[in-house]
Write a protein that binds this ligand. Structure first.
Ligand code: 4NP
Length: 156
């Protein structure tokens, strides 16, 4: 079976998209489906390249049993060749990805994370960077819901 390849994208690749990657990874482990998928995350900006996720994001993640070890990297045009699904967290991410995509075929690979929500009702995974603890908790709530929906979507 062809591997499904998913790239999660946010602005800095230190909060939301590494959390999305960690959440989806845990679902794959639970379901015994790790070998069927290739997942990664990236950011529209390069200012945090090489860094671990934000310490606040890691702390909130750890409390729910997630260990985030991804190193930040910038998304690039070639990612559209490598991945089948490129998933942005908010409208700004989607705009940036569409600019980078270049072709209609590439644009067709772009999805919005919250479109996979099943329980919660929001149109974006909001940027938690300048907010407080509740923002980080809300990001994880949204990602746990939407990653379950994404997993179902990929297995239909
Ligand atoms: P993320 O959060 O996009 O969820 O990783 C942010 C991280 C860094 C910045 C903004 C948002 N920043 O402006 O440096």
């Amino acid at each position: 079976m062809e591997k499904k390849k998913i790239l999660f994208v946010c602005l800095g690749n230190i909060c939301r998209s590494p959390m999305a990657e960690g959440t989806f990874q845990k679902i794959l482990e639970r379901e015994g489906k790790e070998t069927n998928f290739e997942i990664d995350s990236a950011g529209l900006i390069s200012s945090h390249s090489g860094e671990l996720p934000d310490a606040r994001m890691r702390r909130h993640a750890q409390r729910r049993g997630y260990e985030l070890t991804h190193r930040s990297r910038q998304v690039k045009r070639e990612d559209f060749d490598r991945f089948d699904y490129i998933i942005g967290m908010d409208a700004q991410n989607i705009r940036g990805l569409k600019e980078l995509a270049g072709t209609a075929e590439n644009i067709g690979k772009i999805y919005r994370m919250t479109d996979f929500c099943q329980r919660m009702n929001d149109s974006e995974v909001p940027d938690p960077y300048y907010g407080g603890d509740s923002g980080f908790e809300y990001v994880i709530d949204l990602l746990e819901d939407s990653c379950e929906g994404l997993f179902k979507f990929c297995n239909e």
